[in-house]
Design a protein around this ligand. Structure first.
Ligand SMILES: [Fe+2]
Length: 344
């Protein structure tokens, strides 16, 4: 264990709110007094440790309510001035963009955040910052693929080559990871260009699966040769089975870099404690980075922080700066495009 646990009384407690939201990651302690900082979070990965670390560091208490990004945003809007929430945290930059465009976030003014988070991983208008980075890249079975088969400039588009016929597995179109990847392709290649790429995958008889773990299992079993998944699922599976026969290939390294997305956060406009809220975000972006990202095998956004050893072993890579506006604004087009291409 990297860090000692605090007694239960000091840890983040669930918001005492009647809720139909799924309580993924929420601790079940009813709070007598509201905490200093209340977080609405769509992030489902191991938040407790990072919040405990912050509490022991600062003496400020944190509560959080987890749920679906879109539901939490609706809740925030419905609550308006009355919201108990101070920080909005999501798993997709497009959702952060949407919250900001809907006027729910207050601008961040912070030298700590200016230093901690690179421009390519935050809002150009400073309404939110990325806090953890995940790469959606190509994975392959090394017994069946020589990495020289991949196009190093346009790796995702390269999978339309007929040499990949019958060898591909990918994630379903209802998934936000797929939607943001396709939105990024529309942003870069235009609608018709992206349609050609997605249609090319379909033309290669891509097999569609409903989660990233299934994709990696199919690669390991030799049922598919190459797939596109988030890198941290490979981290998770390798942790359990170091002999898993799957390797990552960093896409677009001779082009604009691998497609990445972030979990991130902003201060809620109607927060009663915006300074404390910003302090939590600053902590997660700087001193608390490892506590926030490591357990889920994500990459730190902060370039001065080392990734945990398992994913550091995947090698260094360049990434394309996130275009949250495109992920958010082109989401509906991405969904339409996949339907048009016959990508399920
Ligand atoms: Fe995930």
């Amino acid at each position: 264990m990297r860090r000692p646990s605090l007694p239960v009384t000091a840890v983040a407690a669930a918001l005492v709110l009647a809720s139909t939201l799924t309580g993924c990651g929420t601790l079940g302690f009813g709070a007598e007094e509201p905490a200093d900082i209340q977080v609405y979070t769509g992030r489902h990965y191991d938040l407790e440790q990072a919040f405990k670390d912050f509490e022991s560091e600062t003496g400020l208490s944190v509560e959080f309510l987890s749920g679906d990004d879109a539901e939490l945003l609706e809740r925030l809007k419905a609550e308006g001035d009355e919201t108990p929430a101070d920080v909005f945290m999501t798993v997709d930059a497009g959702n952060l963009w949407k919250a900001a465009e809907d006027g729910e976030l207050a601008p961040l003014e912070s030298k700590v955040l200016d230093r901690a988070v690179p421009d390519g991983l935050k809002d150009p208008q400073n309404r939110w910052v990325g806090l953890s980075m995940r790469a959606r890249t190509v994975m392959y079975n090394p017994d069946q693929v020589d990495p020289s088969e991949f196009d190093t400039t346009e790796t995702y588009a390269g999978l339309t080559d007929p040499t990949w016929q019958g060898r591909l597995c990918m994630r379903d179109s209802t998934n936000s990871y797929t939607q943001s990847l396709v939105a990024s392709l529309i942003d870069k290649h235009g609608y018709d260009g992206a349609l050609e790429i997605v249609g090319g995958w379909v033309g290669n008889d891509v097999e569609i699966m409903s989660n990233d773990i299934l994709l990696l299992e199919a690669l390991d079993a030799g049922k598919c040769d190459a797939a596109i998944t988030n890198h941290y699922y490979l981290g998770r599976m390798l942790e359990e089975d170091p002999d898993l026969n799957v390797k990552p290939f960093w896409a677009n390294q001779d082009g604009d870099g691998v497609h990445v997305n972030v979990s991130g956060a902003g201060v809620i406009k109607n927060s009663d404690s915006p300074k404390k809220a910003q302090r939590l975000i600053e902590y997660l972006a700087a001193k608390g980075q490892n506590g926030f990202v490591d357990a889920n095998h994500e990459f730190p956004v902060n370039p001065t922080v080392e990734p945990e050893p398992l994913i550091a072993g995947f090698g260094e890579f360049d990434y394309a700066p996130i275009n949250a506006e495109a992920y958010g604004e082109l989401n509906a087009k991405a969904v339409d495009l996949m339907a048009e291409a016959g990508y399920e």
